[in-house]
Design a binder for this molecule. Structure first.
Ligand code: PLP
Length: 385
C-alpha cells in the first residue's frame, strides 16, 4: 500500500484507491441515488457533510476516488471536483464572497474567470481589483483588510506564461488565497506548499489529458472544502462519474505524459528561438524567460505551453496557422495532440486594442500547446522554408 515516503510518481499510481484496491481499474458508479437500510441511517446520510452514498449531487464514489487522488498529490487534506474548471471557479468564488466583498485578482487569469469576475461578480455587488500578478508586492498592496475576502492568481498564465512568485503570494493575507495551477498540473508545482489556501485545476486539460472529459477540481483544508461543498450542492456544478473516471485514469499516466510534453515543449521553444521569423519566445524553461529564476524556484517541470511572437505580425500568424498539417488548429492543452492558436483573434478577440496591449497579446502572437508527437515531426510541421 501507499505511504507518504513514496515519490509523487509512485503516488500517481497508488492514489485514489481507498474505495477499491483489488480491482486495478477503478469502477464507474453511475448511480445518482443510494438506498438506506433504516430510519437512522437515512437521517444520518441526509444531515452529514459529503455523505458518500446518499445522492449524486452531494457525492459519488467514482468522483470521490478522483478527489482523494488530487488531494494526495497536492498535499491537501481534501479536494472537491466540479463539472468543469469554470464550475470550480464560480462555485468557490460564490461560496466565499457576498455582496460587499472585495476580491483581488491578477489580470493574467483565464478569460472565462476574468469574465466571471467582471460580469456576474460586479453585478452581484462583489468588488474586484485587478493587479499585475508579476509585479512584486502587487497583491498585498491591493488587499483591504476587513473587506478583501479572496485573492486570485494563475501561474503560469495564459497565453504569455507569466508567473506569480508563489513564495510571496503564499504570504498574502487574503484571508483566502487561490491559485489556478492548470498549466502546471500537480506534478510541476504545488501552491499549497507555499502557504496558498486553495489550488484549482481545470482537469479538462493535463490531468484528464485526452481531450475526452470536462471536469474541474479544487484542493484545500478539509474545513474550507466542507464550506465550499455546502454551497456547491446548491450551485450544482457537479462532476460526472464518467468524467471523474477519465480524469483518474489520466492521473495514472500524468507523470510520463507531462515529462514527455515538457521535454518536447522545451526543445521546440529552443528551436523557435533560433528562427529568423520569430521575434520572441516565451517558455518558463528558457533562460531568456523574464521570470526564469522564479520558474526554477517553484516548478519541477516548465509546462507544455509555448508562446511566440512572429516578426511578420498577423499575416505571418495566419500563414503559419493555415499551413500546419500535423499540429491541430484548436484551443486547449494537456492532451495528446499539439495545438496552435492565435490568441488575438480567438481567446482575446473580445478585448479592446488597449486592453489587449496590456496583456502583451500582439497581432503576431501564437500559442502552442504541446502534445505527445515526436519533436522532429513537430519542427518539420512548423519549419519556414
Ligand atoms: C480551461 C481553463 C479553465 C476553465 O476550465 P474548463 O474546464 O474549461 O471550465 C480555467 N483556467 C485555466 C487556466 C484553463 O486553462
Amino acid at each position: 500500500m501507499t505511504t507518504s515516503e513514496h515519490s509523487r510518481t509512485t503516488r500517481l499510481i497508488t492514489s485514489g484507491r481507498d474505495a477499491n484496491d483489488n480491482s486495478l481499474a477503478h469502477p464507474v458508479w453511475p448511480s445518482s441515488v443510494w438506498a438506506s437500510p433504516d430510519f437512522d441511517t437515512a437521517r444520518a446520510k441526509a444531515t452529514a457533510l459529503r455523505s458518500p452514498e446518499f445522492y449524486g449531487r452531494h457525492a459519488n464514489p467514482t468522483v470521490g476516488a478522483f478527489e482523494s487522488a488530487i488531494a494526495e498529490l497536492e498535499g491537501a487534506e481534501a479536494a472537491l471536483a466540479f463539472g468543469s474548471g469554470m464550475g470550480a471557479f464560480a462555485s468557490t468564488v460564490l461560496a466565499l464572497c457576498s455582496s460587499g466583498s472585495h476580491i483581488v485578482a491578477a489580470r493574467q487569469i483565464y478569460s472565462g474567470c476574468l469574465s466571471f469576475l467582471q460580469g456576474p461578480c460586479r453585478r452581484l455587488g462583489i468588488d474586484v481589483t485587478m493587479v499585475d500578478g508579476t509585479a512584486p508586492g502587487a497583491f498585498a498592496t491591493a488587499v483591504e483588510p476587513g473587506r478583501t475576502m479572496l485573492v486570485i492568481a494563475e501561474t503560469p498564465s495564459n497565453p504569455m506564461t507569466e508567473l506569480v512568485d508563489l513564495a510571496e503570494f503564499g504570504k498574502v493575507g487574503g484571508p483566502f488565497t487561490m491559485v489556478d495551477s492548470t498549466f502546471a498540473t500537480p506534478l510541476a508545482q504545488r501552491p499549497l506548499e507555499f502557504g496558498v489556501d486553495i489550488v484549482l485545476h481545470s482537469a479538462t486539460k493535463g490531468i484528464a489529458g485526452h481531450n475526452d472529459a470536462t471536469i474541474g477540481v479544487i484542493a484545500s483544508e478539509a474545513e474550507l472544502i466542507d464550506t465550499i461543498w455546502s454551497y456547491s450542492i446548491m450551485h450544482g456544478a457537479v462532476a460526472s462519474p464518467s468524467d471523474a473516471h477519465s480524469a483518474l485514469r489520466g492521473v495514472r499516466t500524468l507523470g510520463v505524459r507531462t515529462a514527455q510534453q515538457a521535454a518536447t515543449a522545451h526543445e521546440l521553444a529552443a528551436w523557435l528561438e533560433s528562427q529568423n521569423e520569430v521575434a520572441r519566445v516565451l517558455y518558463p524553461g528558457l533562460a531568456s524567460h523574464p521570470q526564469h529564476d522564479i520558474a526554477r524556484s517553484q516548478m519541477d517541470t516548465y509546462g507544455t505551453v509555448v508562446a511566440f511572437d512572429l516578426v511578420g505580425g498577423v499575416d505571418a500568424a495566419r500563414s503559419l496557422i493555415d499551413r500546419v498539417e500535423l499540429i491541430r488548429r484548436a484551443t486547449s492543452l494537456g492532451g495528446p495532440e499539439t495545438m496552435i492558436c492565435h490568441p488575438a483573434s480567438t481567446t482575446h478577440a473580445g478585448l479592446t486594442d488597449d486592453e489587449r496591449a496590456v496583456t502583451g497579446v500582439t497581432d503576431g502572437l501564437i500559442r502552442m500547446t504541446v502534445g505527445l508527437e515526436s519533436p522532429d515531426d513537430l519542427i518539420a510541421d512548423l519549419a519556414w522554408r
